[in-house]
Design a binder for this molecule. Structure first.
Ligand SMILES: [Mg+2]
Length: 230
């Protein structure tokens, strides 16, 4: 029996990289206007790489995309010689653009139909805000790595989802694009998993998902089979 569905966000419900790149570009333009020495000293790509540097140096916050971005900006400001830097204003520029995502066409109608039959929740390693994106009406709740303190494939987010959904792991279906974070993570937590493989990639290896789909609308047929009495 299936009691609930959980969904990854980035690259499952929308394509994430074009949005992040655009957000980084807007942030860079804002920095060039407000703190020009940062833009003189760093390229936009180097600012992104600073996030990776922070993650390596501070593994305790590596799961928190918001803190990584803020710490990287603060670091860049310091290296560019700014003793005072409004990191919240800078991050707000990035964050607004990062949430201006374009849902894949079938996503909203599919989620709306599914939400009439099951509680839905989102489980994300990123810092997308489903309220800003306008999907908070279909999700009963949303969990992120920032909320729970650990990223998928670790079990914590899946365990918290079980607790909030008041369901056993095997009663929940998790849907996501990432073979490690979503499929391996979900399987290890005892969830049924569906690999959303939009690009038609080969399975990279390891335990396979319980089902594979190429767009979200195909999920309904998978659930119908699983719901059949046997
Ligand atoms: Mg994803």
């Amino acid at each position: 029996m299936i009691k609930a569905l959980t969904f990854d966000l980035d690259d499952t419900l929308w394509e994430v990289w074009p949005v992040v790149e655009h957000a980084e570009q807007l942030l860079y333009e804002w920095l060039a206007g407000h703190y020009p020495r940062i833009a003189t000293r760093f390229t936009s790509l180097e600012l992104r790489e600073l996030c990776d540097e922070v993650a390596v140096n501070q593994p305790g916050i590596a799961h928190d995309r918001t803190r990584l971005r803020k710490e990287a900006l603060q670091l860049a400001a310091g290296r560019a010689g700014y003793a005072e830097f409004d990191v919240d204003a800078a991050f707000a520029v990035f964050f607004a653009a990062r949430n201006a995502v374009k849902l894949f066409a079938e996503v909203r109608p599919t989620l709306e139909r599914l939400a009439r039959r099951y509680p839905l929740a989102s489980l994300s390693n990123g810092n997308a805000d489903v309220r800003l994106i306008g999907l908070d009406d279909v999700f009963a709740f949303s969990l992120s790595a920032i909320d729970v303190g650990a990223a998928k494939p670790e079990a914590l987010m899946f365990e918290e989802a079980c607790r909030r959904l008041q369901a056993l792991p095997e009663q929940i279906v998790h849907v996501g694009d990432d073979p490690i974070h979503d499929v391996q993570g979900g399987l290890a937590a005892g969830f049924r998993t569906v690999w959303l493989n939009r690009a038609g990639r080969d399975w990279p290896g390891g335990a396979r998902a319980d089902a594979e789909i190429s767009n979200l609308a195909e999920l309904e047929a998978v659930l119908a089979v699983w719901e059949q009495p046997r």
